[in-house]
Each structure stands twice: as C-alpha cells, then as structure tokens.
Design a protein around this ligand. Structure first.
Ligand code: ZNH
Length: 141
C-alpha cells in the first residue's frame, strides 16, 4: 500500500505523462525490446520503428492501463482484475519480464523528467509499479 506522500509522487509524475501515452508507451516498449531482447518474443507482430502504428497502439494501451492504476492505487486488485485474467490465462507472459519492464519504465521517466525526477519519485514509482506487476501476475498457477 502506498503512503499519502508516495501517492502524491506517483500522481505528480503521471500528470506529466498524461496526454502522451502513445509516444511514451512506444518508447517504453522499444527500450524493453532493445535492452532485453528476450522480451520481444511476446511481440513478434510488432515492428521496431518509433512511429509504427501497432507499437504506438500497444504502448498507448499499456500506459492507459497504468493510468487507470494511478487512479486506483488503493484498489489495484479490483481495478486491474480483467487485465490480470488476460495475462495469467491468455498471454501467460513469464512474470520474470515484469521487473525488466519496470526497469525500462524508470529510465523512460528519467529521460523525460531529468532533474525533476527526484529519488523520492523513483522510489514511489518503483513501489507502485511493483504492486501493479504483483496484481497482474498473482493469478498465475
Ligand atoms: Zn501486457 C497486452 C498492460 C506487462 C506482454 N498488456 C496488454 C494490454 C494491456 C497490458 C493494457 C492490452 C490488453 C487488451 O488488448 O485488452 N502489461 C500491461 C501492464 C503491464 C504489462 C500495465 C505492467 C505494468 N505485458 C507486460 C509484460 C509483458 C506483456 C512485462 C511481456 C514482456 N501484454 C503482453 C502481450 C500482450 C499484452 C504479449 C498482447 C499484445 C497484443 O495483443 O498485441
């Protein structure tokens, strides 16, 4: 559970992402595929040009889901339940990939926010994204 202060840090950073979900999401995915090539196996159908339509669409969906999570930090399990079903039952993405995505998420944030991305913000986002990943992977069996 995030503290009030951590929630505020998460919301503050989200305000800077909101409206740029497709571009930031595509950048996040490109970073993931480039730094951790093994993750690309799940996305054989996606190209690797920053302006590729499917990459932008998936990036947007992913970041919009993060945006929903930002609005429901205290009820993540309920808010992300259908997405947790999808990942556990249909996609069956190896949970080991989630920390790799989180790592890329931090770098994506840092590259845009630069000096504004304080250590407190990174700590809050790390805790928040780890909780999101936990919810998305806990229905695996
Ligand atoms: Zn995931 C899908 C979110 C992680 C893989 N995803 C998806 C979607 C979303 C998401 C929203 C869409 C759905 C629909 O369409 O309905 N994810 C997410 C999040 C996260 C994630 C939020 C964290 C944080 N994923 C992940 C990982 C991986 C993945 C890590 C691996 C690597 N996903 C995936 C896939 C898919 C998805 C494969 C499908 C795609 C298509 O279809 O195209």
């Amino acid at each position: 559970m995030l503290s009030a202060q951590e929630r505020a840090h998460v919301a503050q950073v989200w305000d800077l992402i909101a409206g740029h979900e497709a571009a930031f999401g595509a950048e996040l995915l490109l970073r993931l595929f480039t730094v951790y090539p093994s993750t690309k196996i799940y996305f054989k159908h996606l190209g690797v040009c920053p302006d590729e339509a499917q990459l932008l669409t998936h990036g947007q969906r992913l970041l919009e889901a993060v945006g929903v999570a930002v609005q429901h930090t205290d009820h993540l399990r309920a808010a992300l339940s259908p997405l947790a079903d999808l990942h556990a039952q249909v996609l069956r993405v190896d949970p080991a990939n989630f920390p790799l995505l989180i790592q890329c998420f931090h770098v994506m944030l840092a590259s845009h926010l630069q000096g504004e991305f304080t250590v407190q913000m990174q700590a809050a986002w790390d805790k928040f994204l780890t909780e999101v990943a936990m919810v998305l992977t806990e229905k695996y069996q």
